[in-house]
Structures are given as C-alpha cells and as structure tokens.
Design a protein. Structure first.
Lengths: 101, 365, 165
C-alpha cells in the first residue's frame, strides 16, 4: 500500500525550510551553499512525487534539468569562493563585504 | 512473499561469500604470483601453533594467517584525527563495491521445484547506471581516508586518489555506453543472455567482438579506478609510504585491502559480463549442448547451471590474474601522465567509440 | 511504500538535513549532505523513478559533493566558531520563521484529498520513458543545458586560476 503523495510534499516542505534556515542562520559560505543544494533537492522530491501522482515522466525530466543546473551553479560558485579566498583568507560571509579593496 | 525474500537472501549470501573467498584467494595469488614473476619463493612461513605439525600446510596457512594477523592488530587512530571520519573511510571504501555485486549476473536460471530462480541478486532495469552510481560513491573512502588522518602523506594520497578516480570514472562510463548501445539495454542479465547468439553459426557473439575498443578503455579505466599499478600513485609505496591509508592499522587497513581486492573482482566481473559472455559457455543452452553440426547432447538443468556459474568464476579469475600480472610488470605512471592519459587520450577515444558505434548501428541496423 | 518505511526514511532525511545546517564542522556537514542525497535517492526508487535515483547518486552524491569536499579540503577549513557576535534576535527570528514555514506548508499539503497514487504506467521512470520525453518534448532545454554546462566549466576554470603565470 502506497503512502499518499501529500506526505511526500509535506516532507519536501520540511526539507526546504531546513535549507532556508541554513541559508539565513549560518555564516560559513560553503555551508550556505550546501543549504541551497538542500533546497534544490527538496524541490526535486516534490517534482518526482507529483510526477508519480500524474503518471507523467515530465516531472522527472524537470528534475534532470534541476540537477544539471545545480551542478553548473555549484561549480561556478565554488570557483568564486576559491578565488575570493585568495584575496582574503576567510569564508565567513560577514567578512566578505567589500567589492574591492 | 517470504519465499521470495528467502531466495533473495540466499542469493545475496552466496554472492557475498563468493566475493569474500575470492578476495582471500586473490591475496594468496598476489603474493605467490608476484613471487613467481620476480623469481623468488614468496610467502611460505605461516605455521600452525608455532610448528606443532611436522609439515607446512602451504596455501591454507597464508590464506588464513594473513587475515587473522590483520584483524588482531591494534587499531591506532592518530592524534588530532577526526574519529568519526577516520572510522567512516574504510566503510565507504568497501560498501559501494560490495553492493554493486547485486547487479552482476553469475548464472542463467535455476529451475528448482517448479520455480525459476534468476541467478542475479537484483534484476534492475537500470543495472549499469546502478553500477556507475556505486562506483562514484567509492571516491568517498579515499577522500575521507586522506583527510581524516591528519597526516600530509595521507592527504596528498587522498587528493591524488580521488582526482584520479573521478577522472577515470568518466572514461569508464563512456566506454560502457558503447556496450549499452550495442545491446540496447542497461540490464546486465539481458546483456548476458544476448551474448548467447552465434555469429555465422559458429562464433559466440561475445561483447569483445562488437566493442574491442570499449573493452580496452574499460579495462584501463577500471585498473585506474582500483588505483593499482600502473596507476597507483595515490598509494605509491616508494613515495607516499602508503598514501591515503598510511594511518590505518589493524582491521581498518584490512577493510581497505578487502575493498581493493573486491574492486579488482568487480572490474573483472563487469568486463566478463559485458565483453566475454558473462556466464555463457559456447554452445551450451538451458537444456544441453547444441553443437554447430546439429548434434544435441541433453544435460540436466542443474548441471548446466553449475557449468555456467563455474565458467563465470573461471573467466573472472582469469581477468583478475591478468590484472595482477599487469601490476607486477609495469612501472608507475607519473601523476601528470596519469591525468593526461585519462582526460586527453581515453576520454576522446571513448567519445569516438560512441560515435562510431552509433554510426554502425544506424547504418547496419 | 508503507507508512513505516516512509517514517524511517523521513526521519533519516530530516536528521541529516539538520546535521548539514547545524554542525560546526564543514566536512561533517558535507558528509551529512551526502547521506541526505543518498536517502533521497532511495525515496526516488520507492517513487518508481529509477533512472532519476541513479542519476541523483551519480551526479549529486558522487560528483557535486566530491567537488564540495575538495574545496573544503583545499581551503583547509576548520570548525566554525559557535555563532556568536550579535544578531541573536535575527537568528531566532529565522528559526521561528523557518519552523512556521515548514508547519504551514506541511499542513496545507497534508490537507489535500489526494489518496495513494494510481498504478504507474508500464515502463514508468525507466530509462526509455525519460529519454523519450527528454529528446522529444524537452529537446530545446536539453541543448541549452549542454551550452550552460560548457559555459560553467569554462567559467569555473577561469575563475579558479591563479592570476599571472
């Protein structure tokens, strides 16, 4: 017997809000990034659950694209962090406040 | 339902026992085989109870003594090391490798008591994707092993090892795509069954006849994934002490070694399944021999199944011995040569293989 | 899957997600995220999305998180200091807001009259179904994504290079 899809949506909501709190509360830029990935994955769970409800694979194809875009974003974001780290050896978001120095 | 669960449990147990035993056998083959290649005697000093028996039990001693020695050594965690990650390292090095064996078929079917038991632990329709997924998880063992040891040799070995593994994963995956295109499916049992056809009635249509380049790329990438010579810079014995598992001792080191040998067996098993006809014995079908002249020799199904499982094990062993032979014959690649090989040579070659395979499939139907 | 399996997986997911957000050590946080992604792949398998589950492990848990770990190791990040230094009020507000968001959306979702999902069509979630949709209905986004990945690779290499020689 399968669990109602609304339970998966509720789980996705909980994961999404945990990710949001992570972005708002933590100061370490890398942890902020990981929380953003968490939010993206919560959304993936929603897509897959609703695709299953509708019996249509389009939801899964969207998940495929979300994964690809998340990979591209993680690569570029981490490269930016590495580059910023060279100038100022910190990953604390409170200290990376100047656009040029 | 409980019958199904029981059968699945029995199959998993059988596969696990087979793999673990093969690991121990390979340990002995490695020591004695390397001795043979290097013109020396090798390990022959293991004794029972300090020499009570007047004769040497030979290989049994080495096969039993080595694991016992490693498991009873003291477990040392370096000061300043992260204990949880130090503990997770060996687990993540072994678990993905062992779990992958669930997708590998080791026989055709077993017709027992009216039941048809497929000799594959998990009949996944995305079998090859599952294999690639678990291969990509194996990187974590190296990464965590290197990072958590709080030692510069380990860190260097860990970073080199993980960069090497993710580079060769790509070439391996693309080589496998060639095989997938040839057979049109990702399910390994279906691929194994498809290799029971015969070209021109006589030659068994094994994968290596369709995809020789893919086999070569897969084997090289597989040896690079297992970080064995000539790709063993992450554990370069003369340079990095032991690379990423320098700071491991006792049962954790035994676990890393177990993972190493299990990966060798895994690469051999996958190469056998995709390129050497898996469990197929030429001219043997489910109910007996069908020779090309037209003769038919009936055989009981259980005997056929046993013969097919035996042929699978023999093929896997031959490929493992080949890998051990390669290890003791070739010098080590320098790190930049290694990355050069992975990115600039194997990757374009496997892409070309995919393109050519696609063209042939479209043109020849 | 039955309610018991769902409960176990849900608890695992929430606990590892909280570990990502709360743990001061970034490496342990990254490993907690790997665990989350892996359990999520298991949930996908239960939702009959086999190919997406395999892709989740290959792409997310096997590549993106390795990249995260590399960067953390490259920057030699130590444990974060406990979040001191003011703004306690804002942080509490964030936690309360997050909790309120979770409860509100979960309540709205659970009120839905949808029951268990209908039987999935044959071949649902397999490689062929997803690939067919990807290469026919979604061909343009597919091509654009490949360009996006190329741009991202070039951008990452250029950004992370050392200036000068």
């Amino acid at each position: 017997m399968m669990v109602p899809i609304s339970w998966y949506l509720a789980l996705s909501a909980v994961l999404f809000s945990i990710g949001t709190v992570g972005v708002l509360v933590r100061r370490n830029v890398i942890v902020i990034f990981m929380s953003i990935e968490l939010m993206l994955n919560a959304v993936n769970l929603s897509f897959v659950a609703l695709a299953r409800q509708l019996g249509n694979v389009d939801g899964q194809v969207i998940v495929f694209f979300v994964m690809t875009v998340a990979a591209a974003e993680a690569a570029v974001g981490l490269a930016i962090i590495v580059a910023a780290f060279r100038n100022r050896p910190t990953v604390n978001a409170d200290e990376l406040t100047l656009l040029r120095w | 339902m409980w019958g199904e669960v029981g059968i699945a449990a029995a199959k998993s147990l059988a596969v696990l026992v087979m793999v673990l035993n093969l690991c121990v056998v390979l340990l002995w083959v490695e020591r004695k085989g390397s001795a043979l290649i290097q013109d020396r005697i090798g390990a022959n000093r293991a004794n029972v109870f300090g020499g009570i028996l007047p004769f040497n039990l030979g290989i049994v001693n080495t096969m039993i003594a080595d694991p016992i020695k490693m498991f009873t050594k003291e477990d040392v965690v370096p000061a300043g090391a992260d204990r949880l990650l130090h503990f997770l390292g060996p687990f993540l090095a072994v678990f993905p490798v062992m779990v992958t064996f669930a997708a590998v078929p080791f026989g055709d079917v077993l017709l027992i008591g009216g039941r048809e038991i497929d000799l594959q632990v998990a009949a996944l329709d995305v079998g090859l994707l599952y294999v690639l997924a678990m291969a990509s998880l194996a990187v974590y063992g190296v990464v965590l092993g290197g990072w958590s040891s709080n030692s510069r040799w380990a860190l260097l070995g860990g970073i080199r090892g993980s960069a090497q593994m993710i580079s060769y994963e790509i070439a391996m995956g693309l080589a496998l795509i060639g095989a997938v295109m040839t057979y049109g499916t990702l399910d390994l049992q279906v691929i194994a069954r498809a290799q029971g056809e015969y070209l021109w009635g006589v030659v068994p249509a094994w994968g290596i006849l369709y995809q020789p380049l893919a086999f070569f790329i897969f084997l090289v990438a597989g040896i690079a994934e297992t970080k064995r010579v000539p790709f063993d810079l992450p554990e370069g014995e003369s340079e990095l002490t032991s690379g990423y598992f320098t700071e491991y001792s006792g049962s954790k080191q035994a676990t890393f070694m177990l993972g190493d040998f299990a990966e060798i067996i895994l690469v051999s098993a996958l190469a056998t399944t995709l390129f050497f006809g898996a469990w197929q014995v030429p001219f043997l079908a489910r109910d007996g021999w069908y020779f090309p002249g037209g003769t038919h020799l009936a055989m009981p199904q259980l005997a056929v199944a046993a013969l097919q499982v035996a042929s699978f094990i023999v093929k896997v062993l031959l490929l493992c011995c080949f890998q051990i032979l390669v290890r003791w014959s070739l010098p080590r690649y320098r790190y930049d040569q290694l990355m050069n090989l992975g990115w600039k040579r194997l990757l374009p070659l496997s892409l070309a293989n995919v393109v050519v395979t696609g063209a042939v499939i479209v043109l020849a139907g | 899957m039955g309610p018991l399996t769902f409960a176990v997986l849900a608890v695992l997911l929430v606990v590892s997600a909280l570990a990502v957000v709360l743990h001061p050590n970034p490496v342990k946080g990254a490993m907690a995220l790997v665990a989350t992604l892996f359990v999520l792949a298991v949930v996908f398998v239960f939702l009959d999305a086999h190919m997406i589950a395999a892709l989740q492990v290959i792409v997310y848990a096997g590549a993106i998180m390795v990249l995260f770990l590399f960067v953390i190791m490259l920057l030699s990040l130590q444990d974060d200091l406990p979040e001191g230094g003011g703004r306690v009020g804002l942080r509490t507000a964030a936690w309360i807001g997050g909790g309120a968001l979770a409860c509100a959306v979960a309540w709205i979702c659970l009120r839905s009259p949808l029951g268990a999902p209908p039987e999935a069509p044959q071949g649902y979630g397999g490689v062929e179904a997803v690939a067919r949709s990807l290469f026919t209905d979604f061909l343009l986004p597919f091509e654009l994504t490949s360009i996006l990945l190329l741009v991202a690779v070039i951008g990452a290499v250029v950004l992370a290079q050392r200036r000068g020689a």
